[in-house]
Design a protein around this ligand. Structure first.
Ligand SMILES: [Fe+2]
Length: 237
């Protein structure tokens, strides 16, 4: 067993992640060294910015899967879905690109506002047996001083904290929020959200903080057990 990283931009040439295969392989080297044994590739699906066609995503996934070395983590496919019009259409059509072969999918929100109806939509997804996973909740300003809202959302989705934020690399306010979500027990899991090799080193600093403040068992819970539970279709407490 090893860590399960539910969020990365290792698929090259599709978004703001790895620009080429060489960089992607270097990222997989770093992720293996971090202890990741199952790596999800989550290219952006964001209408206003990065919306690579799904056949291009699958083609790059096949190319990187063929090029990966035996010491690299197993590579699996998912996507980071922005909560936008494209996502809404896909949710109606039940075609959200999720974690392959599971009921779980990754979403992100605009940082500055909580979309109207978010809590109700998350509830509807859960009632349908799906597991929404909210990427980097520490970035969302509406959650910064509002644990009641955090608890409301958290009751119907998983909170996936960026390890780089925990390590102190994504801004002071985001770091404070990330650490608060971990210390308050509102965090469900952690992920690297690696866009480049340096992000994996920053993730290591986040793991070091968790080990120091919350203990090794918290790392196992957040980076191993909880991701596996999510992929199995459960929403961990
Ligand atoms: Fe991401």
């Amino acid at each position: 067993m090893g860590f399960v990283d539910l969020h990365s931009h290792v698929l090259f040439g599709l978004d703001d992640g790895a620009p080429d295969q060489k960089t992607a392989l270097a990222m997989l080297d770093a992720l293996a060294a971090l202890g990741v044994t199952e790596q999800y590739a989550t290219p952006h699906q964001k209408a206003s910015q990065y919306l690579p066609a799904w056949d291009a995503v699958e083609g790059t996934f096949a190319a990187l899967s063929a090029a990966r070395a035996s010491h690299h983590p197993a590579l699996r496919l998912a996507a980071e879905n922005m909560w936008d019009g494209v996502f809404f259409e896909r949710s109606v059509a039940d075609t959200i690109p999720g974690y392959a072969d599971t009921r779980a999918f990754l979403i992100e929100l605009p940082p500055a506002l909580v979309p109207p109806g978010l809590a109700e939509r998350l509830f509807t997804f859960r009632r349908a047996g799906k597991v929404p996973v909210l990427a980097h909740p520490e970035r969302y300003q509406a959650l910064w001083d509002n644990d009641d809202l955090a608890r409301t959302l958290r009751s119907n989705c998983a909170f996936q904290i960026d390890l780089g934020a925990v390590g102190g690399f994504h801004g002071k306010r985001e770091t404070k929020a990330a650490r608060h979500l971990l210390e308050s027990g509102l965090a469900t899991c952690v992920a690297t959200d690696a866009h480049q090799v340096g992000d994996v080193q920053q993730a290591a600093a986040g793991l070091a903080w968790i080990k120091k403040k919350l203990g090794s068992a918290a790392i196992d819970r957040l980076f191993d057990h909880a991701p596996r539970a999510i992929l199995a279709g459960n929403l961990p407490d």
